[in-house]
Write a protein that binds this ligand. Structure first.
Ligand SMILES: [Zn+2]
Ligand SMILES: [Zn+2]
Length: 108
């Protein structure tokens, strides 16, 4: 039977961590067990930074993709657009009425 070096809790010899305060025991240290407190938190913080980096990179890429998609959409709309004969505004290919003035679009 061992004792916790931190809080004095009685512990089984094979315990790696104190059942009372969570401190790593001598046996735990020898076995190389990592504590669920400090080291874990450090590892998580590091991982969080990495994830954040990855996320912001991904976000940038997504923004770029959206931008490209928007430009492409604008392009295709401009290309195949129907010009309103009454107000000269561009309307999407599948439009039946002008989105600006409401006049029926003449499809040829
Ligand atoms: Zn303890
Ligand atoms: Zn119009």
């Amino acid at each position: 039977m061992g004792y916790c070096t931190k809080c004095g809790q009685k512990l089984p010899d094979d315990a790696f961590f104190c059942t009372h305060c969570g401190a790593r025991t001598k046996a735990g240290a020898e076995a190389g067990a990592t504590t669920s407190t400090e080291e874990f938190r450090e590892a998580m913080a590091k991982m969080g930074q990495e994830l954040e980096k990855a996320f912001s990179t991904a976000a940038k890429e997504i923004q770029e993709a959206f931008k490209t998609a928007r430009e492409n959409a604008r392009h295709s709309t401009g290309k195949g657009a129907i010009l309103c004969q009454s107000c000269d505004s561009k309307n999407p290919n599948d439009a039946s009425f002008c989105s600006s003035c409401g006049k029926k679009l003449d499809r040829k």
